[in-house]
Design a protein around this ligand. Structure first.
Ligand SMILES: C[S@@+](CC[C@H](N)C(=O)[O-])C[C@H]1O[C@@H](n2cnc3c(N)ncnc32)[C@H](O)[C@@H]1O
Length: 273
């Protein structure tokens, strides 16, 4: 019989190998609680049976549930709002000036349930409405979690989620009301988006190149080595002069010297050199 700590260690190692997220032993009680929940969702008697099955192979629903337990999906509309102003007031004009084009290519990497991607799309649509010379755009929307990506693609939000950051004017313009106080994003906004499951630490397949990449509030959980790898890979995927956008508490300090830091009205963004 395997002791409880070794069982938890087994799952902690699996999570680290897949996501780069490290579960410290001090947090094993949290891991245990979540694994018990997964075992019950899968109709198993407990962590021991989950472990027996996992040793044979972690696939399908079990894999999805285990990876979901380790990821933090916190997000909201127009999170850290100054970034969205920097998008319409600085990044798009700068890109249009250096290499005029009809369509900008964007990537919302680790987009969670989609609020980030739809906020970007609304900011750009509003800019186009004000200035018809604004280029169109296409956007890759990705996350590692099937469950959360499905939600992003669905574009359906509760009133509570809507209240977290979405101005009433934009709610009225870009969302339609469903039953039970749910709101769905209009298809006009979604038509520019492609949704793809993608692990930032894995193989990205053939994506890009992009003019702007948003990778916010995800690398914060990674080791410096993993952060450097992802940033270097994103550098390759950006067009010259393209922009990289990190979370408000994140920076490229010590991770890459291949970007120029730009400050715009309280927002910090990075431009590919
Ligand atoms: C805190 S949310 C950030 C959402 C959004 N970018 C924002 O800032 O509001 C982090 C997201 O990163 C995803 N994630 C975690 N590890 C990942 C990885 N290795 N590859 C891709 N996505 C990952 C999670 O599933 C989660 O949806």
């Amino acid at each position: 019989m395997t002791d409880n700590n070794s069982l938890l260690q087994f799952f902690a190692h699996y999570i680290e190998s897949q996501l780069g997220i490290v579960y410290m032993e001090a947090n094993y009680f949290q891991l245990e609680h979540r694994l018990k929940d997964i075992a019950s969702q899968l109709g198993l008697s407990g962590i021991e049976e989950l472990h027996q099955k996992a040793r044979i192979g972690i696939e399908g629903q079990m894999k999805g549930l285990i990876l979901d337990l380790a990821t933090n999906n916190e997000t909201s509309f127009f999170r850290d709002g100054s970034i969205f102003k920097a998008l319409s007031e600085y990044m798009v004009p700068a890109l249009c000036q250096t290499s005029p084009k009809n369509r900008l290519s964007l990537w919302s990497a680790a987009s969670s349930s989609g609020q980030e991607a739809y906020s970007i799309a609304m900011e750009l649509a509003e800019l186009q409405a004000k200035n018809s010379a604004t280029p169109g755009f296409s956007m890759l929307v990705s996350d590692i979690s099937d469950t959360i990506l499905k939600r992003a693609k669905e574009g359906k939000y509760s009133q509570l989620e809507i209240q977290r950051g979405l101005p009433a004017k934009l709610q009225e313009q870009y969302f339609e009301k469903l039953e039970n106080d749910y709101w769905k994003v209009k298809s006009s906004l979604q038509s520019h988006m492609e949704f793809k499951k993608l692990n930032l630490l894995g193989d990205w397949g053939s994506i890009g190149p992009f003019d702007i990449i948003f990778v916010r509030n995800v690398l914060i959980y990674q080791s410096v080595e993993n952060k450097k790898k992802v940033i270097a890979h994103m550098h390759e995927k950006l067009n010259p002069g393209g922009f990289l956008v990190l979370g408000a508490a994140e920076s490229l300090f010590g991770l890459s010297d291949k970007f120029k830091q730009v400050a715009h009205n309280g927002a910090i963004i990075y431009q590919r050199l």
